[in-house]
Design a protein around this ligand. Structure first.
Ligand SMILES: [Zn+2]
Length: 219
């Protein structure tokens, strides 16, 4: 999806905050294009946007963001953002398909693509002394050897959801015109809306109007 399409606004241009209603990284990422106010907004339109989003969802630290921005050209990071947008639409299509037809509907080409992306993971493990000097902590950090490693935390989350997530709890907001996805972690698993204040309220208002309309036509 090109960020030059006239009908898509870039979140950075209109300063619209990220929508984080997914309760799962992979679904928050799926929600990085949406139309909460009617017009389509793209949160991953550029490489800078992608880094901002990864920082907001705590996938990269502020020092990692600085390191990454100084290490690679903006063209390189823009290219990763383009691939991330493509990956997002591929994943959205997979989610819809396996919700409808079960995990057996996952194609070999999907599995191969996901495994190719997962193989980009480069993590270095190291030990360091603990605070009191008596303990030793085992830590891990990403190496950030190449720009495409930025896709790995997102694709790992997608893979985890596909492998271990409960398909019934992966839901699209019940408002028909809303495209937001979430993972229902509520106790009774009755969550219906992306957010009670956005679509939940709209639905209540619509139901109220409908009741009034029926009352008026009755009288
Ligand atoms: Zn919604």
């Amino acid at each position: 999806m090109s960020n030059k399409l006239p009908n898509i606004l870039l979140s950075s241009e209109i300063d619209f905050p990220s929508i984080l209603v997914g309760d799962h990284l992979a679904l928050d990422f799926t929600n990085t294009i949406a139309a909460p106010k009617g017009e389509l907004i793209e949160w991953i339109g550029t490489g800078v946007d992608l880094l901002e989003w990864l920082f907001i969802v705590k996938v990269i630290s502020s020092s990692e963001r600085v390191l990454i921005s100084s290490k690679w050209s903006s063209n390189d990071i823009d290219e990763v953002a383009r691939e991330a947008r493509e990956m997002r639409e591929w994943f959205r299509e997979i989610i819809v398909r396996i919700k409808d037809h079960g995990r057996g509907a996952l194609m070999l080409s999907d599995i191969e693509k996901m495994n190719d992306l997962l193989s980009l993971e480069k993590i270095e493990r190291y030990i360091e002394p603990g605070k009191n000097g008596e303990q030793i902590q085992l830590e891990a950090r990403r190496l950030w050897n190449e720009p495409r490693e930025l896709l790995v935390p997102i694709v790992s989350s997608m893979a985890e959801l596909l492998a271990e997530g409960d398909l019934d709890l992966i839901r699209e907001c019940k408002n028909e015109i809303c495209t937001l996805w979430f993972y229902d972690r509520t106790k009774g698993h009755r969550r219906m809306w992306c957010s009670p204040t956005m679509c939940g309220n709209r639905a209540k208002v619509a139901a109220f109007r409908e009741r009034q309309r029926i009352d008026l036509s009755d009288s």
